[in-house]
Design a binder for this molecule. Structure first.
Ligand SMILES: Cc1cc2nc3c(=O)[nH]c(=O)nc-3n(C[C@H](O)[C@H](O)[C@H](O)COP(=O)(O)O)c2cc1C
Length: 209
């Protein structure tokens, strides 16, 4: 697989700079984020394109550290159960690899916040279940939010595992109506690490005349 660091000079454009500097950050300072700043990030999400301009996203936002930890632990339990269920039988090796990845930063269940990485803000993003384009719209919305966060001096990480919140015993606390599905979460905060840039796969573009 051909991979490379994409290192063209992007300093000429603030937008490109933000795109190239965003990272999935998994360590945060315990500094709260102003509600005004959270609103700016949500507004950027709301500016995303959406199929037939439905703007299907709904945001459910946690800012209390005890609440975040409670959800994190419950989602971790569901995640572990799900991996075992979906990778049982002949897939034992795959299960072992998944579990290894989940545990490599320490025991999943011993960490106070295994899913949301100690971020002070968790934004669950949901959309109506009957919208076939919702997963794409939500992805665009989330990316807008993460780029806006970077531009505003915050860090972020998309958390797909957050979708398992629906299977937790405390899901009702989010007050998501039955008609909606939770697709993911975006976590926000002031990062306490600068992860290396992952190499990008570059042999995946095919120009056809
Ligand atoms: C749909 C999606 C789901 C993801 N889910 C998780 C997750 O549950 N937990 C996590 O720590 N990172 C998650 N990530 C972050 C990816 O691991 C990360 O974006 C990838 O390793 C590339 O790193 P970068 O964002 O720093 O370029 C997810 C990313 C995407 C796009």
């Amino acid at each position: 697989m051909e991979t490379a660091a994409i290192s063209e000079d992007v300093s000429c454009s603030e937008t490109l700079k933000t795109i190239y500097e965003r990272r999935a950050v998994r360590k945060y300072k315990q500094i709260p984020v102003d509600h005004e700043l959270i609103t700016k990030v949500l507004d950027a999400g709301r500016m995303a394109p959406s199929a037939i301009n439905k703007q299907p996203w709904k945001f459910y936002i946690l800012t209390g550290s005890e609440t975040i930890k409670a959800f994190s632990k419950e989602i971790a339990k569901v995640t572990a159960r799900t991996f075992v269920k979906t990778h049982s039988g002949t897939d034992v090796l795959k299960t072992a690899i998944h579990v290894f990845h989940m545990l490599k930063e320490g025991d999943l269940f011993k960490r106070p916040d295994p899913i949301f990485h100690g971020a002070p803000v968790v934004v669950f993003i949901a959309a109506p279940r009957d919208n076939e384009w919702a997963p794409i719209d939500i992805g665009m919305c989330a990316q807008n939010m993460m780029l806006a966060a970077k531009a505003l001096g915050l860090d972020s990480c998309p958390v797909g595992l957050a979708k398992y919140v629906e299977q937790t015993r405390i899901f009702s606390r989010l007050q998501v109506p039955l008609s909606e599905q939770v697709y993911m979460a975006v976590i926000l905060g002031y990062g306490d690490e600068t992860p290396e840039t992952h190499q990008r796969i570059r042999n995946n573009a095919f120009f056809i005349e």
